[in-house]
Design a protein around this ligand. Structure first.
Ligand code: PLP
Length: 388
């Protein structure tokens, strides 16, 4: 059945003040970074994330690069990270000359497997880089224990996790640094954008310089020095005020955006539970001590054949439901720049069984119902081999 209107996987959501904010920026004459909208959006981000220090950046990828510079990564150093994640976390390490070391994930969460991470630690290990996949916290109890036992700072790639919690603590504020993305595909978006949450206060002064071309311009703007100059290495990681204007409008509507996304997530979870049981599929799971962000709703199909089967079936309904993340340990970049102590079997399996359903704030109830009907109309063929 091919219906007239396709349901895309992700679509930017328009918030109320975006256009008027952009106009205000253009009329103000301050269109470059660090203007009033950057200040206002930063304030809102700090409130939502609970972070003490937040710096808006051009992307999450750039916030990850800043993290590498801040931690002083250099050739010979290693950073342990999950194989199953977005490439930015790895390339940010490789760009500094250090080596990303890929370890496997836990199948129940898609997050880094902490026992594998501990096994991969060597004298060269300088940090742990983790992602809170689908906005559900990684096993921070074990990661914090590892971090303190071996003296390794944690980088939290929190691109999926803005507003999420682990045991009452805000994601992105638990490690030394946290990174946010405001790319169009994320819950809060401004085209391209990101932020670095600087939780280790001792890193803040350098973080400001790294973001401002290695200069002490931030201190100059606050009147702390009477001229500014080149002080450290850095780059231009500031978000344009135009993007900040959109971001400020988006952050102002954070609660309502999240309520809309959670309504979609809850509808999928409720209506697909029995189907999942009957078909040997597993729906995304959120442990009791974690609050997720409704960034993603995923299904683990019983087999790769059923992953391909469900994706093709939904396509005939005009519904786009992709999988993602070719595990980094097997990717060309990973083979060239990384090291993989043990085969990342779970990462490969997770990637080969994953299906993600459309989830964005503007989805209508009718569209959500169509997605649910589409999934309910699929009967897994791989179940017998799994359950027998
Ligand atoms: C989207 C994403 C990134 C990259 O974000 P950009 O803002 O596009 O650079 C990094 N990590 C994860 C987990 C992501 O989902």
């Amino acid at each position: 059945m091919l219906t007239a209107e396709n349901i895309v996987f992700s679509r930017p959501y328009r918030t109320e003040k975006e256009l008027s904010n952009i106009e205000a920026v253009l009329e103000s004459g301050h269109v470059h970074g660090d203007g009033p909208f950057t200040a206002a959006a930063t304030q809102k981000l700090k409130q939502i994330s609970g972070a003490q220090n937040a710096l808006l950046t051009t992307s999450c990828t750039h916030a990850l690069e800043m993290s590498s510079l801040l931690l002083g990564l250099a050739p010979g150093d290693e950073v342990i990270m999950p194989s199953f994640t977005f490439p930015s976390a790895a390339t940010a390490i490789a760009l500094s000359g250090a080596t990303p070391v890929f370890v496997d994930i836990d199948m129940t969460s898609g997050n880094i497997d902490v026992a594998s991470a501990e096994q991969a630690i060597t004298p060269r290990t300088k940090a742990l880089s983790v992602v809170h996949y689908a906005g559900v916290a990684a096993d921070m109890t074990s990661l914090l224990a590892l971090s303190s036992e071996y003296g390794l700072p944690i980088i939290e790639d929190n691109a999926h996790g803005l507003g999420g919690q682990w045991q009452g603590r805000s994601l992105g504020t638990i490690g030394s640094v946290g990174t946010q993305s405001f790319h169009d595909t994320k819950n809060i978006h401004c085209g391209e954008g990101g932020a670095l949450l600087v939780n280790d206060q001792s890193l803040m002064e350098r973080a400001e310089m790294i973001r401002e071309k290695g200069t002490d311009r931030s201190r100059f703007l606050r009147g702390q020095v009477d001229k500014y100059t080149w002080t450290d290495i850095g780059s231009s990681y500031l978000l344009s005020e135009l993007n900040a204007a959109v971001l400020d409008s988006q952050l102002a509507e954070f609660d309502s955006v999240q309520a809309k996304r959670h309504a979609v997530w809850d509808a999928y979870a409720e209506n697909l539970a029995d189907w999942a049981d009957d078909n040997g599929a597993t729906l995304m799971h959120v442990p009791d001590d974690r609050q997720h962000t409704a960034h993603m709703f995923y299904i683990l199909m019983p087999t790769h054949q059923d992953q391909m089967g469900l994706i093709a079936h939904l396509r005939t309904y005009g519904i786009s439901a992709p999988f993602h993340y070719i595990p980094l340990d097997s990717s060309p970049g990973g083979l060239r720049y990384g090291r993989t102590p043990d085969a990342c079997v779970a990462s490969a399996e997770f990637s080969s069984r994953l299906v993600r359903l459309p989830l964005w704030a503007g989805l209508s109830t009718a569209q959500v119902d169509r997605v649910i009907d589409g999934v309910l109309g699929y009967a897994a063929v791989g179940r017998a081999t799994m359950v027998a």
